[in-house]
Design a binder for this molecule. Structure first.
Ligand code: NAD
Length: 350
């Protein structure tokens, strides 16, 4: 049985990844600091499962990481832990540097020393996989797509901190030989997404009859990927990726933000019409644009397809329908995430 140390496994993508990995027979040691974005409700189906060991702690706590590595002897370390919300990075950039840069450095140092102590096939097979974002490449004009050789040009404190972490991961390969892999992925959506991000926020507000805020003209373009497809891409890169390489992960689903909001409104109107019969698109309002808002991201994921055979299985239309249905069926998860009771009950903090 493989053992993976997963960081940030109580967050959106990490949580989806951990649920899937344990279901596939992997033993997961899940290290998460449980910031506001860490939600153990997501992992409630794993309570009592001996193949999931949750550890409340910080990736930058080197003594803790050293102890976990020595005790559980993982075959791989997958780093999802991060401060991840662009708006928060504009208001409070320091936390992003602490976790995404200094925290990743501490993790890398501990993992490097663990890997050095491994021998034979265990050492050859070990991998450190770093989960990153396409936002490190900056913004695009009307045309073109990011490839793995696009120069880094991060525009927000969030993307700058992720870019720094990517460079550290690269440096640990070139300087110390650590067998690393990096994935740079486009915008994810799907179950267990904290309702501060566009898609879950719009679903929650649309259902509550509240205004649906759209930044600026809403014509910013993002490439959307269903989270289950991202998890599969990460497993594929971990199993077959070439050491030291980076792989772009994308959904071939470029959409303007306004198109995403309208698609959600249409699905909700179909599944749960408003009592007054009015379309939910009437709730859309345009608000002042985010400072430095990148206009367009688009990913060329052909390296991942050509080398490792991965392609997304969900179109945007399929993925967004699954997502809307999931939120309709899991209103309790959403309510607890919105009112803070997921923190209050489990940790005594609001
Ligand atoms: P998230 O904010 O939902 O989850 C992050 C998790 O990391 C939380 O559980 C949080 O408690 C934990 N965490 C934060 N600081 C920590 C620390 N110092 N030590 C240990 N745990 C800590 O984020 P997400 O959307 O699931 O993103 C996961 C990763 O994927 C991030 O690295 C992010 O940059 C990357 N990514 C996200 C997207 C996206 O669309 N969400 C796209 C591409 C890449």
């Amino acid at each position: 049985m493989a053992t993976w140390l997963v960081t940030g496994g109580a967050g959106f993508i990490g949580g989806n990844f951990v649920l899937d990995a344990v279901a596939r027979g992997v033993r997961v040691v899940n290290l998460d600091a449980l910031t506001y974005a860490g939600n153990l409700d997501t992992l409630s189906s794993l309570e009592g499962n001996p193949d999931h060991l949750f550890v409340h702690g910080d990736i930058g706590d080197r003594a803790l990481v050293v102890r976990l590595l020595a005790e559980y002897r993982p075959d791989a370390v997958l780093n999802f832990a991060a401060e991840s919300h662009v708006d928060r990075s504009i208001d409070h950039p320091a936390a992003f540097i602490r976790t995404n840069v200094v925290g990743t450095l501490g993790l890398l140092e501990a993992v490097r020393d663990y890997w050095r102590g491994l021998e034979g096939p265990a050492k050859d097979a070990f991998r450190f996989l770093h989960v990153s974002t396409d936002e490190v490449y900056g913004t695009l004009g009307e045309t073109g797509r990011f490839t793995e050789t696009t120069p880094y040009a991060p525009n927000s404190p969030y993307s700058a901190s992720k870019a720094a972490s990517d460079h550290l991961v690269r440096a640990f390969h070139h300087t110390y030989g650590l067998p690393v892999l990096t994935t740079n992925c486009s915008n994810n959506y799907g179950p267990y997404h904290f309702p501060e991000k566009l898609i879950p926020l719009v679903i929650a507000k649309a259902l509550a009859g509240e205004p649906l805020p759209v930044y600026g003209d809403g014509k910013q373009v993002r490439d959307w990927l269903f989270v289950a497809d991202h998890c599969e891409a990460i497993r594929t890169v971990l199993a077959k990726g070439r050491v030291g390489e980076t792989y772009n992960v994308g959904g071939n689903s470029e959409k303007q933000n306004i198109e995403v909001v309208e698609a959600i409104c249409a699905l909700l109107d179909e599944r749960r019409p408003r009592e007054d019969g009015r379309p939910r698109s009437s709730q859309i309002i345009h608000v002042a644009d985010r400072p430095g808002h990148d206009r367009r991201y688009a990913i060329d994921a052909s390296k991942l397809k050509d080398e490792l055979g991965w392609e997304p299985k969900h179109t945007f239309e399929q993925g967004i329908a699954c997502t809307v249905d999931w939120y309709l069926e899991h209103q309790d998860w959403v309510k607890r995430a919105l009112d803070g009771s997921y923190r209050l009950e489990r940790f005594g903090v609001a």
